[in-house]
Structures are given as structure tokens and as C-alpha cells.
Design a protein. Structure first.
Lengths: 117, 112
């Protein structure tokens, strides 16, 4: 069964540094997402991406964050000037279709654990 | 206020049926309701998705009443390996945007 893969599995970064989290979505999927999960809390939506543009974003996804699909297979989340409170699991997801009327479920990777020191 | 709520935890014994409910009062009119299972240090795993009435697949059933303000995941005959956290995922229109909101999660513990 096709999978969403994320690298690295664990990233340790000094506060104030930039970090890039990488994801390879399922190959025929068109919508891509990033979520985060702070330890012990629920999963929170960050952003959705379609056709090389951000479709929707939450209030968490401020100017510190950006997303990019640099080639035909990768989807990245960049966090600039990291803060201690950015420490969390970051999950990438993809779906064949998306948006309000979509009956295509999102499929998630196993996440990158980001630790900010 | 867009919000999804679930019971924090449930205990069950092997072989029993487990029902987990998610409340989503302000769900977007055309949005589907999706349920996921999450094990520690793993990403959410898709279980089932539905829009209204009842949906069944090989692992679960999903019951959605006509007003769609809640949904119930039903796991038949649970086993120890079903011990996990279960989340609903719903789309909402809020502040002029559309976004996905996970439920608060239900920690299911299956006992021998």
C-alpha cells in the first residue's frame, strides 16, 4: 500500500535556526497538508496545498512558516527562526482530492519529531 | 466556534463492541467525517469516512445522524491491538476560511 514518507524522523535544532521538514506524498495525490501535534495534545491543522498554492491555512501558520513543492515528489515545510514552542511532531498528509466536498481521505506519514533547544 | 469534542478515555474488554462519539456542531455543510487511529510515535491511520447515515467497512462502522452534529465510530469485537487513541476529523468554515479540525481524541484501552 502506498505511503506518505517523512524525513528526518527526528530533528534537533537550536532556537533561532531555520529548519526544513520533508515529505514525499503518495504519488497520484494532488492535495498536501501539514499538521502538528504538541506532546500530549491533539493534532492541529497548519496548511493545505494544491496546484502549487496554499489552499487553506490556520492561524498557527504565520509568516514564520512556508511550504513548497520544489519538485514532482517532495513537499516541504520550512520554519524560520524557530522558537522553543515549535517543538512538536509534524505530520504530512496527502489526499487524491481535497476541500469541503471531497470524499477522499487524508493519508498521514509517521511524522518528524522537532526538538528546539 | 468550530469545535470537535470526544470522551477523553474509554476502557473495554477483548471481544466487546466499542462506540466512540464525536460532537461537531458546526460542521461544514458538504464536509465528510473521517476517523483515525493513532498509536504512540506514529501518524494517524485512516479507519473510515462518511457523510451521512451509516458506513461500514472491514474494520469499523460509522453512524451519522441526520443533523450531522455528531458521529459514532463503532469497533466490533475489539482486541488488545486496538488499544490506541481515536480521532475524528471534520472540516469547518470559520472566520471566512475552511480548515480541518481534529477531535480531542479518545484513548481506548482494551483489557484482556
Amino acid at each position: 500500500e502506498p505511503e506518505v514518507t517523512q524525513t528526518p524522523s527526528h530533528q534537533v535544532t537550536q532556537m533561532g535556526q531555520e529548519v526544513i521538514l520533508r515529505c514525499v506524498p503518495i504519488s497520484n495525490h494532488l492535495y498536501f497538508y501539514w499538521y502538528r501535534q504538541i506532546l500530549g495534545q491533539k493534532v492541529e491543522f497548519l496548511v493545505s496545498f494544491y496546484n502549487n498554492e496554499i489552499s487553506e491555512k490556520s492561524e498557527i501558520f504565520d509568516d514564520q512558516f512556508s511550504v513548497e513543492r520544489p519538485d514532482g515528489s517532495n513537499f516541504t515545510l520550512k520554519i524560520r527562526s524557530t522558537k522553543l514552542e515549535d517543538s512538536a511532531m509534524y505530520f504530512c498528509a496527502s489526499s487524491f482530492w481535497g476541500g469541503e466536498k471531497s470524499n477522499q481521505p487524508q493519508h498521514f506519514g509517521d511524522g518528524t519529531r522537532l526538538s528546539i533547544l | 466556534l468550530a469545535k470537535t469534542t470526544q470522551p477523553i478515555s474509554m476502557d473495554s474488554y477483548e471481544g466487546q463492541e466499542v462506540n466512540i462519539t464525536c460532537s461537531h456542531n458546526n460542521i461544514a455543510t458538504n464536509d465528510y467525517i473521517t476517523w483515525y487511529q493513532q498509536f504512540p510515535s506514529q501518524g494517524p491511520r485512516f479507519i473510515i469516512q462518511g457523510y451521512k447515515t451509516k458506513v461500514t467497512n472491514e474494520v469499523a462502522s460509522l453512524f451519522i445522524p441526520a443533523d450531522r452534529k455528531s458521529s459514532t465510530l463503532s469497533l466490533p469485537r475489539v482486541s488488545l491491538s486496538d488499544t490506541a487513541v481515536y480521532y475524528c476529523l471534520v472540516g469547518f468554515h470559520t472566520s471566512g476560511t475552511y480548515k480541518y479540525i481534529f477531535g480531542t481524541g479518545t484513548r481506548l484501552k482494551v483489557l484482556a
